[in-house]
Ligand binder design. Structure first.
Ligand code: NAP
Length: 290
């Protein structure tokens, strides 16, 4: 709930994507702006694919301070920006734009948010064997930041050619080799036998299909770190079964909150109230369920 007067000096931030019905970002950022007492407001803007260029022109014309970018615009938006952060350039996708006096710079806080979620749990991925499921947008950000950090990666995907494309990009840009396998039970068993960290970056198990899991429970083991990027439901079947097997689990909620917190810090220059942002998302997820 917004509790403040909108002044003439307000700085506008927001999110562009299509669809946006399920976005958690407005509730998370507006609560953070309120908490920090800054004159900022966060608005969802549904932007269709063919209107992306005009939307970014609008950002310039209206002097919008910052935008998050979500499906389907994360790759296409790059052509309309002035500067790209080094990591976003390597990944080839942007989820956060900062407008500094008309200069638009793109960042990828999905990647840095994922890493931050790991580091905050005391997990350093450098030198670890990481099995990543999926080769879509989330996997791309995660695979790049882990490869750059020095993890050994195996990527498994239902459509193996998409995983190959991702591995080729990593090899070309970071000069690190990545193993690629088709996502099936046999390959999973093989990959997980050597894994320190498992990341689910597929949508398998996401609401409403909460009874699904990408990994059979008998392949999960004690001591393994299981990071499910899904945040709805807050606890997936994969996470529940991983906990039962004695694994350490991290929720996609952590990644969501950290990508938001890092964007907040770029727009405001202030440290984000991370715990409050997390509570607001949890409240919204629970409300949506009821
Ligand atoms: P995406 O680009 O559409 O990729 C979807 C991925 O899931 C692809 O690898 C796809 O495989 C795989 N997949 C979908 N249905 C499958 C099935 N039935 N069996 C096996 N694989 C299947 O989507 P995305 O943006 O990367 O999102 C992927 C997940 O990441 C979602 O669960 C999303 O909630 C999560 N995510 C979380 C955050 C966060 O902040 N926590 C941020 C972004 C995304 P194919 O290539 O074979 O189609």
């Amino acid at each position: 709930m917004l509790n403040r007067v909108i002044s003439g000096n307000i700085k506008i931030c927001g999110i562009i994507g299509d669809p946006l019905e399920h976005t958690m970002s407005p509730v998370m950022h507006n609560a953070a702006f309120d908490e920090m007492g800054v004159d900022y407001l966060y608005i969802p803007f549904r932007v269709e694919k063919e209107k992306l260029g005009r939307a970014i022109e609008g950002m310039r014309a209206l002097n919008i301070r910052g935008l998050n970018v979500t499906i389907p615009h994360k790759v296409a938006v790059i052509q309309f920006l002035d500067e790209l952060d080094d990591l976003a350039e390597k990944i080839g996708a942007v989820n956060t734009i900062v407008n500094d006096d008309g200069v638009l710079t793109g960042y990828n806080t999905d990647a840095t948010g994922f890493l931050q979620a790991l580091l905050k749990r005391g997990i350093e991925p450098k030198g670890k064997n990481v099995v990543i499921l999926g080769a879509g947008g989330a996997s791309r950000a995660i695979s790049f930041i882990l490869a750059e950090r020095g993890s050994n990666l195996v990527i498994l995907n239902r459509t193996v050619d998409k995983a190959k494309e991702l591995a080729d990009r990593i090899s070309k840009i970071l000069q690190r080799e990545t193993e690629v396998l088709k996502l099936d039970r046999e390959n999973l068993a093989k990959a997980l036998s050597k894994a320190d960290i498992l990341v689910n970056a597929t949508s398998v198990g996401m609401s409403p299909n909460i009874d699904e899991t990408p990994v059979a429970s008998n392949l999960l083991k004690s001591g393994m770190i299981v990071f499910d990027t899904i945040y709805n439901p807050i606890k997936t079947r994969l996470q529940t079964e991983a906990e039962e097997a004695g694994a350490i689990t991290i929720s996609g909620l952590d990644m969501l909150v950290w990508q938001g917190a890092l964007a907040f810090e770029k727009w405001t220059g202030l440290k984000a109230p991370v715990e409050l942002m997390r509570e607001e998302v949890i409240k919204r997820l629970i409300n949506n369920r009821n």
